[in-house]
Design a protein around this ligand. Sequence first.
Ligand SMILES: [Zn+2]
Length: 241
Amino acid sequence: MPMEATAHAPGVRLSEAERKRMADAAYMRLRQGILEQRYPAGERLSIEELAVETGAGLAQVRQAIQRLAADGLVEVRPRSGTYVAGITVAEVEEVCDVRRALECLAAETAVLRITGEQMSRLRTLASEMNALVVETDAQRDRHERHNEEFHRVLVAASGNARLIEVYDDLKYHMQAARLHALGRLDWKRSLPDEKQEHSMILHALQIRDSDRLKVVLRQHIDRAKAAMVQALSVPSARLGS
Ligand SMILES: [Zn+2]
């Protein structure tokens, strides 16, 4: 019997905090496994086997699976099972192209409508990203969340409610694309470029130059797209189902 299994043996009562910690650990471990392709795309996942592998209880594994499904990393098919989700290079390209179009559209009105509060939030997020030490996966996730918020604030500054709605719908696809690419991406290498591009975005907003802002956003998003496409193109273009 694996040693971990004793942690959730019948009769052992776990505190709420312990259960949460185990669910978090199971999530991180499964996520890592999917990103490193130890669980290849298309593979059927067994909750029972994952419980043994991660040392978590069935309930915690189910919670982890729900989070992974929300990330776009697993697919729960009714009456069939849970499978590791894949992503194609074409899908990543589509998502990035739509993202670029939406952010460039936002740029047109954002330069006119951005509030002082939004501008200072962007400055804060940019300087926090610059100050972050990005070495571990957890730190990288934190940096990603800052980056997501930075772009969300920029789109919100457009003042176009329909655009914000469409952008938010795309978020799930962007996260899935990023997560799939992150496992293979040399993400530290792009940090200096990202930092510089964010400061150019801030500058264009500050001088209220929408053309300048669009040029910088295109450069920023296309660079990220190229890096993701390159990461996903090796060793095969098709990553699972
Ligand atoms: Zn960015």
